[in-house]
Design a protein. Structure first.
Length: 572
C-alpha cells in the first residue's frame, strides 16, 4: 500500500519531533510536574577557605584505560582521635606515578593540612575506594584502599603513622576492587571486610564508540567478578591481625557480577547484617545472612534486583535512609544519564518496591550519570533529602569527541543534582536553588557526607576525575533542631558500626544507622544524624547494637552530639 505524500511527510515530521524530544529529555528534560524550585541555597563552596588543595590525577589520557573513567573516591576519618574529621583522597594514575594518595588533618581552625609525607598512606596506585574501621580493636581507625589489581590494608599505629599489613593479614584480592565496607557479619566483635569487585578487564581489548572512535569500554564487554568477603579472625598474642578469605564458604562466590556499590544493613529485620551489591548493567545482588556464616542471594524475591519494568540498569552508588518515616529504610541507587535514579521503598519489612515515579525522581530538571549519592536531612525538617554527583562514562551522541577538546574530560562533564523531601517521601528538584553544588559541570565520582565542623549540619565533599576535590559547607537557612549520635562499644574500643539508632518523634519512630560505608567508593561520617524540625527534646534513644542486643538511653535536650556507650543503657 502506498501512502499519500502528505501523510508520509506528516508522519516523518511527527516522528522526528518525537525522537528529538525523547533524545533531548535524556539530557536536559523539563516537566510541568517538576517545576524549578528556587530559593536560598543550602551549601556554599568553602574549598579555598578550609585550605584544601587536591587535584585528582587520573593518569595519561587518550588510551581509554577503563579504570580511568570509574575512580576515585575518598574518606573522612578521625585518624588521630582529636574529635575532628580528617580526609583521605586517592589518585588513579598508577603505581609508577608521582601522584601519591594524600592524607589531610583538620586543625583547630577547621583547615585541612597535608600530612601525607611519612604517614604510610602516601603511596601510589590505581586508587578506587576507601573503607574505614578499627580492625584490631585498639581504639584507632584503620584504612582499606581498593584499587585496580589489588586491595590494601593499612594499620593505624598512632602519631599519624600507618603501616601496610595487606600480605601478613591475609588480604589477597588481585581483582579490580571498587566500593568496600567493614562489617561484623558473624557478631564475634571483629570487623570483617567485604570488597566489591568490578569486571575482569583485559587491557589488550580496545573499544570504540558508535562513531568508530576509541572509547571507554562498556562493562558488558568483560565478565563480572566475585565480591570478596574476608573474615576477621582477631589478633594473636603478638598483635598480628589475621583475615580469612571466606568468599567461597560464605556463598558469595556463587554469583559474580560487576560490583560498584556496597551496602551492609539488616534487610530482613532479624538484626543480622546483610550485604547489598549494586551491579553495573546486571541485576543487583542481595546477600541475606543465614546466621551460620553463609549467605543466600535473594535480590529477586525481595524486589531489588531490577527496576519496576523488570529491566537491569547501570547501578552505581547507593543511598540508605527512611524517606517516608515508616521506620523502615529505603534504597536509592544511581544510574546512567539515559536512565533514572531509582528509589526502592521498603514495605512490608524485607520487601522492596520501585517507587521512583511516585517519589518524584522520574522527571528531574536534568538527568546525569550518577555515582556518589546520599540520603540526608540537610535542612533539619525531619525528612531525608537527596544529593547526587554526576559524570558520564561515554561521550554523548552530540559530541565531536575528546580529541577535539582542549580538555579531554569536557564531553564527560555533567552537573550534580539535589532534591528536597517534602516530608511524605516525595522529592522536589532543588538543583537550581543550589548553584554551588549543582552549577559546575565535572566528571564527579565520590560524594562524602560528614559534619566537618561539628555544628550539627551535614556538609558534602565531592571527588572529580581530573579535577579538584570540593568542600561544601551546609548553610541552609532556618534549619530545625538536630541530634547527632555516636554509638560506641567501650569493650571493643571502637564505633559500633552497624548499630541502629531509633528516636520516637511525634509518636513515630525515626531511625538512622551508624554506617559510614555507602555512596560510591567513599567512607562517610560514622555518626547517626537526625534532623528534628521543631522538636527540641527527645526523652530517650533506642540502640540496636550489632550483636542484636537493645538498650534505651535518656536524652533530653537536643542540638548536640551524644555518645551512647554499650552496656551503660537500660534494657527494653
Amino acid at each position: 500500500m502506498r501512502w499519500p505524500r502528505s501523510v508520509v511527510v506528516f508522519s516523518l515530521v511527527t516522528s522526528w519531533l518525537l525522537l528529538s524530544t525523547a533524545v533531548s529529555c535524556k539530557t536536559e528534560p523539563t516537566s510541568s510536574s517538576s517545576l524549578p524550585i528556587v530559593g536560598t541555597p543550602w551549601f556554599e563552596d568553602v574549598t579555598v577557605r578550609v585550605g584544601l588543595e587536591f587535584v585528582h590525577d587520573p593518569g595519561p589520557v587518550g588510551t581509554y584505560f577503563f579504570p580511568q573513567i570509574m575512580g576515585s573516591g575518598g574518606a573522612v576519618l578521625d585518624f588521630d582521635n582529636d574529635g575532628r574529621l580528617d580526609l583521605l583522597l586517592l589518585h588513579n594514575a598508577g603505581p609508577q606515578s608521582a601522584s601519591r594518595f594524600q592524607l589531610f588533618r583538620q586543625n583547630e581552625e577547621g583547615r585541612f593540612v597535608d600530612v601525607s609525607a611519612g604517614s604510610g598512606l602516601d603511596v601510589t596506585g590505581y586508587g578506587m575506594g576507601v573503607a574505614v574501621g578499627d580492625v584490631n580493636n585498639d581504639g584507632r581507625v584503620d584504612v582499606c584502599i581498593t584499587e585496580y589489581g589489588r586491595t590494601r590494608l593499612f594499620l593505624n599505629l598512632g602519631s599519624g603513622r600507618f603501616q601496610e599489613i595487606t600480605e601478613s593479614a591475609g588480604i589477597d584480592n588481585p581483582l579490580w576492587g571498587t566500593s568496600a565496607a567493614f562489617v561484623d557479619y558473624n557478631r564475634d566483635g571483629w570487623l570483617d571486610l567485604v570488597v566489591g569487585n568490578f569486571v575482569l578487564y583485559d587491557r589488550s581489548v580496545q573499544c570504540r564508540s558508535p562513531r568508530g572512535r576509541l572509547a571507554f569500554c562498556h562493562p558488558s564487554t568483560f565478565p563480572g567478578s566475585v565480591a570478596k568477603l574476608f573474615r576477621n579472625r582477631g589478633v594473636d598474642a603478638s598483635g598480628q591481625v589475621a583475615f580469612e578469605d571466606v568468599t567461597v564458604t560464605s556463598g558469595l562466590a556463587k554469583a559474580p557480577g560487576p560490583a560498584l556499590g556496597v551496602l551492609c544493613a539488616d534487610f530482613d529485620g532479624d538484626s543480622w547484617v546483610d550485604i547489598f551489591i549494586a551491579n553495573d548493567s546486571k541485576p543487583n545482588h542481595l546477600w541475606i545472612n543465614r546466621r551460620d556464616g553463609t549467605f543466600s542471594e535473594e535480590a529477586v524475591p525481595r524486589g531489588v534486583a531490577v527496576n519496576r519494568m523488570g529491566q537491569t540498569e547501570a547501578n552505581m552508588g547507593i543511598g540508605i535512609g527512611d524517606v517516608d518515616g515508616d521506620g523502615l529504610f529505603d534504597l536509592f541507587v544511581t544510574h546512567l544519564t539515559e536512565e533514572t535514579h531509582t528509589l526502592w521503598k521498603q514495605g512490608p519489612r524485607g520487601l522492596f518496591q520501585d517507587r521512583t515515579v511516585s517519589a518524584g525522581f522520574a522527571a528531574p530538571l536534568w538527568r546525569g550519570t550518577g555515582f556518589g549519592t546520599v540520603l540526608a536531612d540537610f535542612d533539619h525538617d525531619g525528612a531525608l533529602d537527596a544529593a547526587v554527583v554526576n559524570g558520564r562514562v561515554s561521550e554523548p551522541r552530540t559530541a565531536f569527541g575528546p580529541e577535539t577538546e582542549s580538555d579531554f574530560w569536557a564531553v564527560y562533564k555533567e552537573r550534580n543534582q539535589m532534591f528536597r523531601n517534602d516530608g511524605s517521601g516525595r522529592f522536589q528538584d532543588v538543583s537550581l536553588a543550589n548553584p554551588a553544588f549543582c552549577d559546575v559541570p565535572g566528571v564527579y565520582r565520590g560524594l562524602i557526607c560528614a559534619d566537618l565542623d561539628n555544628d550539627g549540619a551535614l556538609d558534602l565533599i565531592t571527588t572529580c576525575i581530573g579535577g579538584p576535590v570540593r568542600v561544601y559547607r551546609n548553610t541552609a537557612p532556618s534549619r530545625g533542631h538536630w541530634l547527632g549520635v555516636r554509638a560506641y562499644d567501650p569493650k571493643l574500643r571502637r564505633d559500633a558500626l552497624g548499630a541502629e539508632i531509633v528516636l520516637e518523634v511525634n509518636g513515630r519512630p525515626m531511625k538512622r544507622w551508624a554506617n559510614p560505608a555507602y555512596s560510591y567508593l567513599c567512607s562517610n561520617d560514622p555518626r547517626a544524624h537526625f534532623g528534628l524540625g521543631s522538636v527540641d527534646r527527645v526523652e530517650r534513644i533506642l540502640v540496636v547494637w550489632p550483636d542484636g542486643t537493645q538498650e534505651f538511653f535518656p536524652c533530653g535536650l537536643v542540638n548536640r552530639y551524644v555518645e551512647l556507650r554499650k552496656g551503660e543503657g537500660q534494657p527494653p
